[in-house]
Design a binder for this molecule. Structure first.
Ligand SMILES: [Fe+2]
Ligand SMILES: [Fe+2]
Length: 258
């Protein structure tokens, strides 16, 4: 099936879930924007000159993105085991592959920017709040809490990543823009899964909302502050901050979690 022609509303709910949570759907989705792009970059794209200040700020941003991607990679891997049905396990496995690829392309870009040892640079530049978020996410998952894990990872982290990566792409150098374009398309799918999965489970049992609101109060500030700093570092326009907060709030509002 050609993805652009895909009409989810034409399918019954279970058929819809079978379709969109499959590796087949994943492959149909990614081949359009990942084929012929080594490390996410079109071979025809030429690297731009960049002054030291801009390069430094970009490296810091990509190091923090790498922390977020590692959190999602380890988180999604843990969620495969917790997923309540086979469709969700398959989807989470596609997400594991996506997050590993995101981490790989960001590490590759960090090296292209002149960093010999990205691991050491990430340890030096990672914002402590994001490292704390990663620890909390993995703790929720190790407790066996699927709903909280999906909320923290696929709603809080991914919704904010989706907005920040798009704002960053608008001001980025040409190669980083290429790399971000493929990542953005994946994050959209991940955030969509999170909202869809939680929307269905909260409609059946709204009692989980109170607990998710508490998790939200703990985790929102950890992630929001880091991505606000990233927006400043990449030179996003001032209204970008309002867009970040606004798009995230729209999502939690649709889930009844404000
Ligand atoms: Fe990602
Ligand atoms: Fe993601």
């Amino acid at each position: 099936m050609v993805v652009d022609e895909f009409d989810p509303h034409a399918l019954a709910e279970q058929d819809f879930l079978d379709e969109v949570h499959s590796f087949q759907f994943w492959f149909d989705s990614v081949e359009g924007y990942l084929s012929d792009r080594p490390y996410g970059r079109l071979e025809t794209t030429v690297d731009e000159e960049m002054d030291d200040n801009r390069r430094e700020r970009l490296i810091t941003t990509l190091c923090n993105y790498s922390v977020g991607e590692t959190a999602a990679l380890e988180g999604a891997a843990g969620l495969v085991q917790l997923a309540p049905d086979r469709n969700s396990k398959i989807f989470m496995a596609t997400q594991v592959a996506d997050e590993a690829r995101h981490l790989e392309v960001f590490l590759h870009r960090i090296r292209e920017l002149g960093v010999a040892d990205p691991e050491a640079e990430i340890a030096r530049r990672a914002q402590p709040a994001l490292v704390d978020f990663k620890g909390t996410l993995l703790e929720l998952i190790s407790q066996g809490d699927w709903q909280a894990g999906v909320f923290a990872q696929n709603v809080i982290l991914e919704t904010m990543e989706y907005t920040v990566f798009r704002l960053h792409a608008a001001t980025a150098d040409a190669v980083t823009k290429d790399v971000l374009a493929g990542v953005i398309s994946d994050e959209r799918r991940h955030a969509g899964f999170g909202e869809n999965d939680l929307g269905r489970s909260l409609a059946i049992d709204p009692s989980g909302r109170g607990r998710l609101r508490e998790i939200r109060a703990d985790l929102d500030p950890m992630v929001l502050g880091v991505f606000e700093a990233a927006l400043t570092d990449v030179g996003a326009p001032a209204e970008g901050h309002a867009q970040l907060a606004g798009e995230y709030l729209d999502t939690v509002e649709r889930l009844g979690l404000t």
